[in-house]
Design a protein around this ligand. Structure first.
Ligand SMILES: Nc1ncnc2c1ncn2[C@@H]1O[C@H](COP(=O)(O)OP(=O)(O)OP(=O)(O)O)[C@@H](O)[C@H]1O
Ligand SMILES: [Mg+2]
Length: 322
């Protein structure tokens, strides 16, 4: 097993431009992002700063105007629509704020839908959907229509659907945005469990309290990264098939990361100074990119209080397979 998890997503100077001439505007501007397998990244930032645009590009639902995108080490900028669809079907699960279930299909068929694109026969599709719905305690409702379920149940169905083809990357755009706090909590625990098995999650949220689930918090502003803070070292991220380390949970106990634990590629003297400053205050985190504005700096300082650690899995879910 390698010492640190490999890079699974890499964006290099990606821009997304809408409009032309005077009406030209950047939804993303020269965006660099490197994501390791096993990271749980929360993306935050004001409305219109480019969060959904970023997720759509990562999820191959949209194409960058300029820049390079490497998924699992392979360039995906010029691959055919068919190959993109195959990547999406096998590698990436997407969860939306509005659930996006098909209203006139029963739950079990909604959940099995990604397997249609992956080329599975109907009997196998329904069997897999039935199995995953059991895990989500929704089996007794599998022949209900979406409108017969609560918002929280519909989002759990949407998560089940995003997981059915066993993707290693989960993209979630405000998955708890339409839910009450109890349902949000259930969804977040589900995502935590998925993450603890070594999956990579990138989630957009407007709710700062949810960042306690993340191993890295990125704040965006005007299509760029404003702050980027890792709270778990790369070498401590969960990995698939490594039962000794498959649980990440928030600890009250403080844990110090040294500035050298994660060596950011785009390290600058400014970042190094920010990192040094971070490590002088406990609890600490690795700041990859420091805040551009005073207000953001304050936010970054708050983010630094989020302390995570990896522990050995003790729950009975230890052996559970996705
Ligand atoms: N199809 C489009 N045509 C033109 N402009 C667009 C289009 N889609 C997005 N934009 C613009 O790109 C910018 C980023 O939009 P995006 O949806 O990514 O923001 P967001 O951060 O997800 O916002 P929110 O928090 O409100 O969901 C916005 O200024 C938006 O108006
Ligand atoms: Mg959005």
């Amino acid at each position: 097993m390698p010492k640190t998890n490999e890079t699974i997503i890499e964006l290099k100077s990606v821009s997304k431009i809408y409009g032309i001439g005077d009406a030209e505007s950047y939804a993303l501007r020269d965006f660099d992002l490197s994501v390791k397998r096993g990271e749980f990244i929360m993306i935050m930032g004001p409305s219109g700063c480019g969060k959904t645009t970023l997720l759509n590009i990562i999820g191959l639902l949209d194409k960058a105007s300029t820049g390079e995108y490497y998924l699992d080490g392979k360039s995906v900028d010029h691959i055919s629509a068919r190959k993109k669809a195959r990547f999406r079907a096998n590698e990436i699960g997407i969860i939306f704020q509005s659930f996006n279930l098909i209203p006139n299909l029963p739950i079990i068929e909604n959940v099995s839908l990604p397997l249609v694109y992956a080329g599975y026969h109907k009997t196998r599709r329904l069997k897999r959907a039935d199995d995953i719905l059991e895990r989500f305690h929704l089996r007794e409702r599998e022949y209900y229509m979406p409108h017969q379920l609560s918002g929280g149940q519909q989002q759990r169905v949407a998560i089940a659907r995003s997981l059915i083809s066993n993707p290693s990357i989960i993209l979630a755009d405000e998955p708890t945005g339409n839910l009450d706090s109890r349902s949000s909590h259930i969804i977040m625990e589900e995502l935590r469990d998925i993450h603890s098995r070594g999956n990579t999650i990138i989630m957009v949220t407007h709710n700062p309290s949810l960042t306690t689930y993340a191993t890295r918090v990125i704040n965006m502003l005007d299509g760029e990264i404003d702050t980027d803070i890792k709270t778990v070292a790369d070498r401590d991220l969960p990995r698939p098939g490594d039962p000794e380390r498959i649980s990440v949970r928030v600890l009250t106990k403080k844990r110090q990361l040294t500035p050298t634990e994660d060596t950011p590629q785009n390290d600058t003297s400014q970042t190094a100074a920010a990192t040094k400053k971070a490590s002088s205050n406990k609890p600490s985190a690795t700041i990859i990119k420091s805040a551009k504005s005073a207000k953001s700096a304050e936010k970054a300082a708050k983010g630094k209080q989020i302390v995570h650690s990896l522990t050995k899995k003790t729950s009975k879910n230890k052996q559970k397979e996705l």
